[in-house]
Design a protein around this ligand. Structure first.
Ligand code: C5P
Length: 308
């Protein structure tokens, strides 16, 4: 539920912080700075955390989280987002931010990145900074490669490190499952394991152009999902492979690793099949399961309308 208390200024905001999946993830090549150039398709889904943000009279940035596995200090991207925004705008403001965590972390679902982007949007409002999304974008990009996407939501291409975001025609799916087994895949290590070739800017640009052309016009109802991390992640964590195969065996039209994993998402043709699959997964005590649907750009903006 979204709640907004107005006392002359925005005193408290309660905002959903949605997860993402990647309908396509292609690692184009390794860059000289150690990062990788990507061509990916981000998609927001209904699974979400909740951030409650309030203005503090003091200069403190106080973060709390019910889940003690989530760091609540400066290691948390939410706190880093608050500090970076303050520094950027040269203001001395305080805030209390409570994170109600549901999105598995780590899980390849962008939970931390989403939290950081929503913190930027929320604090921009609570502190009356009036920055537009385009002004928040560079700040988001410095916080993490996936953070800028969450300033937009819906279906979007991610290029460069992932921080170059271009909205594309929406993919819609109502009957999906996201399953996260009890494995922690470190993104940095997953990239290293790919052992991608270092590409020159020219080579990388050419590969990206081809990929972009294909994806801009793709209809994901008829396009096979693809994730370059699958081979190495499945080899390192066979349990993740088992999740994907189980979802396909249970009738999913498609199933794919999300990001660098270990979550796997599946799209079902019929709601009955999804429900039966969810029931069958009840035996897997160590897997977290979520029934989800896609969230379009309009739905995203509507759910976060207080800050847009
Ligand atoms: O940008 P972010 O902090 O999310 O990235 C985490 C790590 O993943 C980076 O430190 C880097 O090792 C790796 N990464 C990469 N190429 C990208 C994105 C992330 O190599 N495009």
């Amino acid at each position: 539920m979204l709640a907004l208390i107005l006392k002359g200024m925005t005193a408290e905001l309660t905002l959903p912080s949605f997860a993402k999946i990647n309908l396509h993830l292609q690692v184009v090549g390794r860059r000289a700075d150690g990062f990788h150039d990507l061509c990916t398709v981000f998609q927001t889904i209904s699974l979400h955390d909740t951030l409650t943000i309030s203005h503090l009279e003091s200069e403190d940035i106080v973060m709390t989280c019910g889940d003690n596995r989530i760091p609540a200090g400066e290691q948390n991207l939410v706190v880093r987002a608050a500090m970076a925004l303050r520094q950027e705008c040269k203001v001395v403001c305080g805030a209390e931010i409570h994170l109600d965590k549901v999105i598995p972390a780590p899980g390849g679902l962008g939970g931390g990145s989403s939290n950081a982007a929503v913190a930027l949007l929320g604090l921009n409002k609570v502190w009356n900074l009036n920055l537009c999304v385009e002004e928040l974008h560079p700040l988001a990009s410095r916080l993490g490669s996936d953070v800028p996407f969450f300033l937009y939501g819906g279906t979007a291409l991610g290029m460069g490190r992932g921080e170059v975001v271009e909205p594309i025609p929406e993919f819609t799916a109502e009957s999906m499952l996201v399953v996260t087994p009890d494995v922690a895949v470190a993104t940095r290590d997953a990239f290293k394991r790919l052992n991608a070739a270092v590409l020159t800017k020219q080579e990388s640009k050419r590969k990206l152009q081809i990929c972009r052309f294909d994806l801009e016009s793709a209809d994901f109802n008829y396009t096979a999902f693809k994730n370059d991390f699958e081979t190495t992640v499945f080899a390192t964590y066979p349990e993740v492979d088992r999740v994907k195969n189980t979802l396909l065996d249970l009738g999913a039209r498609q199933a794919l690793l999300s990001g660098s994993g270990g979550s796997v998402f599946a799209v079902f043709e019929k709601e009955e099949t999804r429900q039966a699959a969810m029931k069958a997964l009840g035996n897997e005590a160590n897997w977290r399961k979520f029934a989800v649907a896609t969230i379009s750009r309009d739905e995203y903006r509507e759910a976060l309308k207080e800050v847009f």
